[in-house]
Write a protein that binds this ligand. Sequence first.
Ligand SMILES: Cc1cc2nc3c(=O)[nH]c(=O)nc-3n(C[C@H](O)[C@H](O)[C@H](O)COP(=O)(O)OP(=O)(O)OC[C@H]3O[C@@H](n4cnc5c(N)ncnc54)[C@H](O)[C@@H]3O)c2cc1C
Length: 387
Amino acid sequence: MAAHADYLDIDSLLTEDQRLVRDTVGSWVDDKVMPVIEEAAWEGRFPKELVPDMAQMHLFGSTITEYGLPGLDNISYGLIMQELERGDSGLRSFVSVQSGLVMYPIYAFGSKEQKDRWIPKLAKAEAIGCFGLTEPDFGSNPAGMRTTAKKDGDSYVLNGAKAWITNGSIADVAVVWAKLDGVVRGFLVEKGSKGFTTFEHKGKMSLRASVTSQLVFEDCRIPAANMLPGVEGLKGPLSCLTQARYGIAWGAVGSAMATYGAALDYAKSRKQWKDRPIAAHQLVQERLAWMITEITKAQLLAWRLGRMKDDKTMKPHHVSMAKRNNVSVALKIARTCRDMLGANGILLEYQSGRHLCNLETVYTYEGTHDIHSLAIGEALTGIPAYR
Ligand SMILES: Cc1cc2nc3c(=O)[nH]c(=O)nc-3n(C[C@H](O)[C@H](O)[C@H](O)COP(=O)(O)OP(=O)(O)OC[C@H]3O[C@@H](n4cnc5c(N)ncnc54)[C@H](O)[C@@H]3O)c2cc1C
């Protein structure tokens, strides 16, 4: 955690190992990500060249204890997400998807054969994964999904479409959620399967350094052994989303730290009115005070959630609070930073515009801000207000 964004010495809540993980990933982000991310985002290109380093640092499936993986605690995992998103939300999304939405369901719900085949490859990034839940007509309400699977001999035949799928066109394996006799089940669909095509969503103003695609299944035949045997119903995909949303709660802190840092540096160096830095003005200081207060609250929320996840007391509605709050404040902080930088705030080199646009996606995906309000509301009242 950069010293200037640690107002309450939250560093002292971390173990030496947790600080080491954070600093290792943080230095890598500074050295390898920052020099390339601006151009990659501008070009609308996922910086694939960074993937081998991330595999070498064991960032994929880092909380798994088997298959030679490090079995990190959840705060260490969160700090990895924080540092990655301090670089770019698209980069953090890549790792969230690979770890929380692909390796997690295979590890938690897969057969031994599925795990032995995919976990080592995904950990080394010899295979890239994607997670297909959202459909063109069903986002916040995945229960309505129309993608179906039908058993046919020793195969399943998939029909339907998934939309807005991170890594879709570059994935070697897609974890696809489809209805089998009306019940949601998970299937592993490999790249090149007959009847499986992907199309990239082009023209995004957000998460430009990340690949987002449509997946289309037209009588796509996969071996029956590719169904995840260990889970049925919506709790399958929702439990994956809980993992990924947990990472987002930390990632948003990283994004907020980046734009707060940029605003603070700029305010101290930009001079207006009698050669005084704009940081000398009360309104500017009020904004900085608000930013660091919100970041500190978000850090404490993420840290507490990490402890609860390690203790196995964390529930999905707890994650909803952290995802909802931390992304929302990160978005407001990015916007405030953009404003404080004046005209320079619209330049890519000052980061605030890229983080601001990225966070518009983060606000919407993995459960929109509204949907997490309703999840918290349901936990408080016992009344589901979604419908
Ligand atoms: C860049 C990007 C990457 C993504 N990656 C993935 C991925 O890898 N895998 C995947 O499966 N999906 C992915 N998504 C999809 C994402 O999860 C969905 O966009 C999200 O769930 C919202 O669905 P929607 O876009 O259909 O919006 P809708 O559900 O149509 O919502 C539109 C608006 O209506 C509001 N709304 C909806 N229902 C209610 C309600 N009951 N009460 C109050 N308000 C409501 C929402 O809050 C929102 O403001 C990605 C999206 C983006 C943009």
